[in-house]
Design a binder for this molecule. Structure first.
Ligand code: AMP
Length: 428
């Protein structure tokens, strides 16, 4: 939050301002400050922003403001269409729309996602709707059956476009866009605007303005990052147990790289007496919703999840994010650890790495431009402890050899991300 600009300065209508004040938002975040005034003019936008930056409100607030004007087109179809990669994110966007729009008269929102009942969705779509938040696959189903009218769409939002492309939604996205009015406004939000996302952006927007938010959400959030080296899986599991027993642990989100591993690890944790559960894409929507509800209500203390399933989880009680397996892509590290340190609280991100994974850790540090402190737990020291040159035993150093907490290397994160993409370092 860089300035003293208020939401009222951005030109939003009083009912929206009231909802924001009730929600306790004092000021716009940087992405909101830059995006909202431009979005209100109706121009197309390409916005590079991270999860946790406040991007949802950045696109939803101007859309809600513009819904204050009646639609020039008669019909019952949506005026705002938001496409998201996952069901969880779609539900979160829909919640945001309802929260920010709660003072608006007769705002109607619908979520159209896979895994949910067709009948309920058909019932929703048979009535007038203002905002539809959808995952591409299910929306295509409804479009092909002629169940949704796109003639009134004024604004299209592609949220986390990079992730939608990673998940193979490109054909679905193109088919959906082909059915939208040509004179719509399009806003694309993505962690990166390079590569395939850049190509998509060019083909779906007209004279778009670019907004680059250079600081990673991590800079803003109070997340302390640590790393433990493990000799083998047994050692990793013992480290996890010790971390979960820490008195600062409230709730933890533990990441594994596969769905199977998420199920297996949550079973192990349950057998150790933790109230643990798993969340991944093979679960049906009902059990995913139930799992998230139990997490939110504090009944589940440890949730073991895969990257895609955990996207968009916003539970303030998550004190720890633990990378039981390191992420496959560097960007996922930021998405993962951004699940803690929510709502102004402090968060702890702990990564467990095998010795052979040192290069991955280095890539993460390079991407975030932040050092990760190597730590040890008494009695669980790795047998082959890497000791950066110059570090005395017991001294905590970042993996790259810098003292932990030294943020002196000031290459902007966006630049780091760009050069990492240029060098083909997106994955491992
Ligand atoms: P997002 O990047 O959209 O996932 O938002 C991240 C979190 O920031 C959510 O919990 C929002 O409720 C919260 N948030 C968004 N905008 C603001 C703001 N202006 N002030 C305080 N919190 C905000």
């Amino acid at each position: 939050m860089s300035t003293t600009i208020t939401f009222a300065d951005l030109g939003l209508n009083p009912s929206i301002l009231k909802a924001l004040a009730d929600k306790g938002y004092a000021r716009p975040t940087p992405v909101q400050e830059k995006t909202i005034p431009l979005a209100l003019t109706g121009t197309d936008l390409l916005v590079s922003s991270q999860t946790g930056s406040g991007k949802t409100a950045a696109f939803m607030l101007p859309c809600l403001h513009r819904l204050g004007e009646p639609s020039p087109v008669r019909g019952i179809g949506p005026r705002v269409l938001v496409l998201t990669p996952t069901r969880e994110l779609a539900l979160q966007v829909q919640n945001a729309a309802s929260t920010y729009g709660r003072e608006l008269r007769r705002l109607r929102c619908a979520t159209i996602v896979g895994g949910a009942s067709y009948t309920t969705q058909l019932r929703l779509l048979a009535k007038p709707v203002d905002v539809v938040v959808a995952t591409p696959g299910r929306l295509i189903d409804h479009l092909e059956r002629g169940r949704i009218d796109m003639s009134r769409v004024e604004t299209l939002i592609l949220d986390e476009a990079d992730r939608m492309l990673d998940m193979g939604f490109i054909d679905d996205i193109e088919s959906i866009i082909a059915k939208l009015p040509k004179d719509r406004q399009t806003m694309l939000f993505s962690a990166t605007l390079e590569g395939v996302v850049g190509k998509l952006a060019q083909s779906v927007t007209r004279n778009a303005q670019r907004i680059e938010i250079t600081s990673l959400a991590l800079d803003k959030a109070k997340i302390s990052q640590r790393l433990h080296f493990a000799d083998n899986m047994g050692h990793k599991t013992r480290l996890l147990d010790a971390i979960l027993k820490d008195h600062t642990m409230d709730q933890a989100l533990v990441f594994t790289s596969t769905k199977r591993a998420a199920d297996d690890l949550s079973a192990v944790l349950r057998s150790q007496g933790y109230s643990a559960d798993a969340l991944h894409g093979d679960m049906n929507q009902g059990s995913r919703n139930r799992t998230l509800r139990e997490l939110r209500e504090g009944r589940t203390r440890v949730l073991v999840a895969t990257d895609v399933a955990a996207r968009g989880i916003d539970v303030p009680g998550i004190s720890h994010v633990i990378n039981f397996d390191l992420p496959k892509q560097v960007e996922d590290y930021v998405h993962r650890i951004g699940r803690t340190g929510r709502a102004g609280r402090e968060g702890i991100a702990v990564s467990l790495a095998m010795h052979a994974e040192r290069h991955r850790v280095r890539l993460i540090e390079r991407y975030t431009d932040q050092p990760i402190t190597v730590s040890v737990i008494a009695g669980l020291e790795p047998s082959d402890r890497p000791r950066p040159s110059g570090a005395r035993p017991g001294e905590r150093r970042s993996f790259s050899g810098k003292p932990g907490g030294d943020f002196a290397r000031k290459r902007p994160a966006a630049e780091a991300a760009r050069s990492s993409h240029r060098n083909g370092n997106r994955g491992w």
